[in-house]
Design a protein. Structure first.
Length: 300
């Protein structure tokens, strides 16, 4: 997969230096803006893959459906039946988004501050977690912060949709690993309708996670490993693609240098204070980028 590079901070600094003097270097604005745009497009594309289970072919960009996706998204609260809205910022969420945001940038469960440390995650407020224990806890907690505003929200219960989900689950979406006929998910097992293959659902899922998943493009015939694709996209993955999506939508509509500067500034403001999100767009680590964005914020 060929991804757009991250934007160099030196170019962004030059933009702000000029803006401070009331100048707009439109060549530089265009360069930085389109670089950010390319990166945003990649971030949004990767987010789509995790949302929809459709992977763009690295050769021709046609969308390829992951075969095992239904196994993940139904159990993980990933379908549109499971959308809900943050009561504070009203952003649309999946419970999975709340978990993934913390998986990427661990935050304190109490005060939402970004946690520091490698093996032990420490918070300014005094709380500390062993990294493994923290991630285990993210998986099982029923209260997690909203990835957009940080409000603690309760895992939603979908009483009315539970049946829908169950019916959906038992729909013939899988192949029997032995004979490739249709297999069903019934009573905690996967059962083949043709050869009689039967296995505990949980074991089956686990084995799929471990096994290489080969994807083949129906339009160009290219075949590749999902695991390799996922690895190549790792630095683009976020539970909060909102700022990237907004930029993609608005940037091409900017007609003047001033409008372009405003749009770039909007994106950077959105990244400011979101810790691990900024290094997806800009070269550098969270701390260096935050320092730079702090400086810009105090300029205005
Ligand atoms: Zn499905
Ligand atoms: Zn804390
Ligand atoms: Zn929120
Ligand atoms: Zn079979
Ligand atoms: Zn293709």
């Amino acid at each position: 997969m060929k991804w757009s590079p991250r934007v160099k901070p030196i170019k962004i600094r030059r933009l702000y230096r000029a803006a401070r003097l009331g100048l707009h270097d439109d060549d530089l604005l265009q360069t930085v803006g389109w670089e950010l745009y390319g990166r945003c497009a990649d971030i949004a594309a990767v987010a789509d893959v995790y949302r929809d289970g459709l992977v763009p072919c690295p050769q021709c960009s046609a969308k390829i459906k992951r075969r095992i996706d239904p196994l993940f998204h139904t159990s993980d609260g990933g379908t549109h039946e499971n959308w809900f809205h943050c009561p504070d910022c009203t952003q649309r969420l999946l419970w999975r988004d709340c978990r993934e945001a913390l998986r990427e940038s661990p935050r304190c469960f109490d005060c939402y501050t970004l946690l520091d440390g490698a093996e032990e995650l420490r918070c300014r407020c005094g709380k500390a977690w062993d990294r493994k224990a923290y991630h285990r806890s993210v998986r099982t907690r029923v209260r997690l912060p909203c990835p957009h505003c940080g409000l603690m929200i309760r895992k939603p219960v979908f009483e009315t949709t539970r049946q829908v989900v169950r019916r959906h689950r038992s729909r013939p979406e899988m192949e029997c690993p032995k004979c490739q006929a249709t297999a069903l998910h019934v009573h905690g097992n996967i059962e083949c309708t043709s050869c009689g293959y039967k296995r505990r659902w949980r074991d089956y899922r686990k084995s799929l996670k471990k096994r290489d998943e080969r994807l083949e493009c129906a339009s160009c015939g290219y075949s590749f490993r999902w695991q390799a694709w996922r690895k190549s996209a790792r630095s683009l993955r976020t539970g909060n693609p909102g700022p990237a999506r907004e930029f993609i939508e608005r940037w091409p509509k900017c007609r003047t240098a001033k409008a372009r500067m405003i749009q770039i500034d909007r994106l950077l403001q959105a990244l400011h204070g979101r810790g691990a999100l900024a290094p997806l767009f800009i070269v550098g680590n969270a701390r260096n980028i935050r320092q730079m964005l702090d400086e810009f914020a105090s300029q205005v």
